[in-house]
Ligand binder design. Structure first.
Ligand code: IMP
Length: 503
């Protein structure tokens, strides 16, 4: 597998490889990022997003979940350079927690850098994110609550702070005060008990930043962020763009994406998206390069589809019933298993099938623990997504093994609109309109129903070691390739990195 992977990268003359997710995130990027980081990359960079991402990596059967750190961090001790790039929302609190954990697993942080231009994610961003989500009535985004939206909003409103501001206390203080001005005005309009409650959260140091009079205790933020985090981060913060530019062409560079194409603020199902553009172009920019510098992209797709949080998901098994079930107050994995753990994956009821698939695929959020919606693979979504992937890309398929118990499988070939007359640009959409390619408009998608192709499942365990795939598995992959016009190149048959089939 290792040699085949290296050959595949060689065939594409890859010096810069980007790994992104084709759809709504949680596609299993972490496994590939970790694999490529160990076997091939000299430099591993995160260029977008922040601690909203959850990357699960398995090494020697041990599970590691990182939110802020690049997946290559465990290989830091082997001389690999890991970077948190300029396009990220850098959260010093999450970083310091993860640093402690990773150090215990052998990470040294001796070749680790943070861009001095990375946007600084501060306590007020989490507060604004959580208060806004608590107060939202219609159209809840279902954010991870990590403050991502408010942090990037500040960046574009030109009132944000960067990692560089941690070096200069006076500048940090005046920028922080300016940054807090509009937030304090807004929070004064909100139920004071809610604000106080939100600020008691453990990741806001259990109320340390709360002031009954001023809402935010500026001194407490300055002390914690400049005097504590800032000092600890001092040695890592540098001009990483220059470092990356100099390495381009000489060393193997891995760009590690976060979230997925369909969650991109520019190209996704707006407004049910994250606050960065998660496509390869922006990933390259956030890492200090340009899209044209990327030689090859792995646009990872799961063998079925998942989506967490709000927003339309036409192929969700169980439809609206499933969406309500997973967002019910207090719903979590244990409760789902206790109440519905015995339903069959081959049930005639799609809602039950969905529950069984979620349990089988362990589709529970790595960052929030929320239930992910699960559904059939959607070729219409994938066709749209593929257009965003730059010059040369492969579409590796993950979690094929999770489908092993299904007797029959479905793939969505097109989406049929079933809503009121609606106009998008020059397109007038009426009931019955069929989309062979997803139109990234939430108002259209919420009324779309999937049109499926059906095929037999393999209904047996895949032998993950000898790579002799059942005929039905090969047919499923061929069907997906034909329908989407993309080559898969790599199949993931299990959690472990050895359970990977490189074509
Ligand atoms: P935010 O990024 O926390 O603002 O959340 C915005 C939307 O993106 C929500 O629907 C989240 O569930 C979703 N989201 C953010 N990060 C991830 C991720 O890493 N995987 C999947 N969904 C994500």
């Amino acid at each position: 597998m290792r040699n085949r992977l290296l050959k595949l990268l060689e065939r594409h003359n890859a010096k810069v490889l980007a790994i992104i997710c084709s759809t709504f995130g949680d596609s299993g990027k972490g496994k590939f990022a970790d694999l490529v980081a160990e076997e091939w990359a000299d430099i591993i960079i995160r260029g977008t997003g922040g601690a909203n991402a959850g990357h699960t990596i398995w090494v020697n059967g041990q599970k590691h979940v990182v939110h802020m750190l690049p997946s290559g961090i465990l290989h830091d001790k082997d001389g690999k350079v890991n970077i948190i790039g300029s396009g990220t929302a850098f959260d010093p609190y999450v970083f310091s927690k993860e640093q402690n954990t990773i150090r215990r697993s052998g990470g040294t942080f001796s070749n680790f850098y943070i861009s001095h231009r990375a946007h600084l994610l501060l306590p007020q961003h989490k507060v604004m994110d959580r208060v806004r989500e608590s107060n939202a009535t219609e159209g809840k985004i279902g954010t991870t609550g990590q403050g991502i939206g408010p942090c990037y909003t500040d960046h574009y409103a030109r009132i944000g702070l960067t990692a560089n501001d941690l070096f200069n206390k006076d500048v940090f203080v005046w920028k922080l005060k300016r940054n807090l001005e509009d937030k304090i005005k807004l929070l004064r309009l909100v139920d004071p008990e809610l604000v106080k409650y939100v600020m008691q959260h453990e990741d806001l140091e259990s109320g340390e930043y709360y002031s009954a009079r001023d809402i935010f205790n500026v001194d407490a933020i300055v002390n914690r962020y400049v005097m504590q985090h800032g000092l600890a981060l001092n040695e890592y913060i540098t001009d990483t763009d220059e470092l990356v530019r100099k390495a381009r062409g000489k060393q193997n560079i891995l760009l590690e994406g976060a979230q997925g194409n369909l969650l991109s603020v520019d190209y996704g199902t707006y407004p049910y998206v994250t606050s960065t553009d998660c496509t390869v172009g922006n990933l390259a920019k956030g890492a200090g390069l340009r899209e044209g510098d990327v030689d090859l992209t792995f646009a990872i797709a799961k063998a079925y589809m998942t989506r967490v949080g709000g927003g339309p998901f036409p192929t969700e098994l169980g439809g609206e019933r499933a969406a309500q079930w997973r967002s019910a107050p207090g719903m979590n994995r244990l409760r789902e298993i206790a109440e519905l753990g015995d339903v069959s994956i081959n049930s005639d009821d799609e809602f039950e099938q969905g529950v069984a698939l979620r349990i089988e695929g362990e589709e529970y959020g790595a960052t929030t623990g929320r239930l992910r919606g699960v559904g059939w693979f959607c070729a219409a979504t994938q066709r749209y997504s593929n257009r965003l992937n730059g010059r040369v890309f492969l579409m590796p398929i993950t979690k094929l093994d999770v489908l092993s118990k299904f007797k029959r499988l479905k793939v969505c070939r097109a989406l049929r609109y079933n809503g009121p007359d609606y106009r998008v640009g020059n397109l007038r959409i009426r009931k019955g309109h069929e989309f062979s390619e997803l139109l990234p408009d939430s108002e259209v998608l919420r009324y779309c129903e999937p049109i499926y192709d059906e095929m037999p499942g393999w209904n047996c365990e895949i032998d993950k070691t000898d790579n002799k795939l059942p005929l039905e598995t090969i047919n499923y992959i061929r069907h997906i390739e034909q329908q989407t016009g993309a080559s898969t190149g790599i199949l993931s048959l299990g959690k472990d990195r050895n359970e990977t089939y490189v074509m």
